[in-house]
Design a binder for this molecule. Sequence first.
Ligand SMILES: Nc1ncnc2c1ncn2[C@@H]1O[C@H](COP(=O)(O)OP(=O)(O)OP(=O)(O)O)[C@@H](O)[C@H]1O
Ligand SMILES: [Mg+2]
Length: 389
Amino acid sequence: MRQFTRGLAEVGVEVLGVGDGAPDPELKRWLHGYLEVPSLMNEPDTAHRVLQWLGGRSVDNVLANWEPLVILAARLRERLGIPGMSVDTVRGFRDKQIMKERVAAAGLRVPKARRVRSVAEMWAALEYIGYPAIVKPISGAGSADTYKVMSAAEAEQVVPHLRHVEEAIAEEFIQGAEYTYDTASIGGTPAYESVTRYLPNALEMRSNEWISPVMISVRDMSQPHIQAGVQLGRAALKALGMGDGMTHMEWFHTPSGEVVFGEVACRPGGACVVDQMNYTSDIDLFREWARVVTQRRFEASTERKYNVGIIFKRARGRGHITRLVGIRELYERYRPHIVEDTLLRPGQPRRDWKATLLSDGYLVVRHPDWNRAVEMTNFAVNDLYLEAR
Ligand SMILES: Nc1ncnc2c1ncn2[C@@H]1O[C@H](COP(=O)(O)OP(=O)(O)OP(=O)(O)O)[C@@H](O)[C@H]1O
Ligand SMILES: [Mg+2]
């Protein structure tokens, strides 16, 4: 968010920030004003405070790049008479059932799914969908409360964990490789597109601590299965009425060669996806996003120079980092291709891997050749580990 704010300031925009903590000094440099609210999650209260704070001041746009706030931003735009994506349009990017209905209506393949509001509805939905199935919140993020269930017996175990969720969705489980489709779009037409492979799929990386999650941007998007995903993505954005801004979609490539829609958000991807695209094309999408949403122009290169791999590490053991095994060999082999290293070092406390995909730090490597990029990520996954005690 700091980087996007910088981007706005760099293209000449006056930025008024709203947050539920004090802005850090670096962020403050890019702001013309700042309103601290008790809780951004309290939508009506935040909307009320923002409108009061603005008073008669005119603003040209209200933007949010964080998933839980995209509806609030749309509501404020509507209240202030600012053009842009309406609350209804944004709901198509937030509510996983409405999203699928709109995407399916355009003739695109989506998982069979049903909205559920009670335990009884959950069982009825699972009966309709069959197993394996996925159950998750209707508007979740970060794979929170997302479960794969193989059978009714497993569903019995999982249902109690979803009781606090007001609305959920049950879906057909799609087997296949998971990819993202990310864009910076103007009027729903992508000015920049990118595809990233998840290794393993997002739910598995979020559910197993021993896994070192990997994301590799795909340099060569002309490959047929990647093109199929790109076409699916473009059509989904049209179907949902995307306006100006960044989008983050997830899709599956099944063993039978089919591409299936997963979900899409009208905000940039998290977990370094924007940095990854920047490294892929040697550009600054934080600034380009700002240009897109304020001037409806995109000026950066769309050339894809590298396959960029990000490897997130989780230390073995609890407490503080004591040792990084394999780090010297990694640098000896691949130094010119390592573009970022935020791995924790001895003495630093471990992070909560459930709370942040950034885990105990990550490495970013890049190479024009896909196989070489994969080889480097494999080394960082298998031959590098952090110890903690
Ligand atoms: N129908 C499905 N079939 C197979 N896997 C699924 C399905 N739905 C969800 N998943 C897995 O669970 C992950 C999380 O689900 P989803 O993306 O819908 O939730 P989210 O919490 O919005 O995700 P994010 O982590 O992107 O914020 C997916 O990335 C995918 O790996
Ligand atoms: Mg997701």
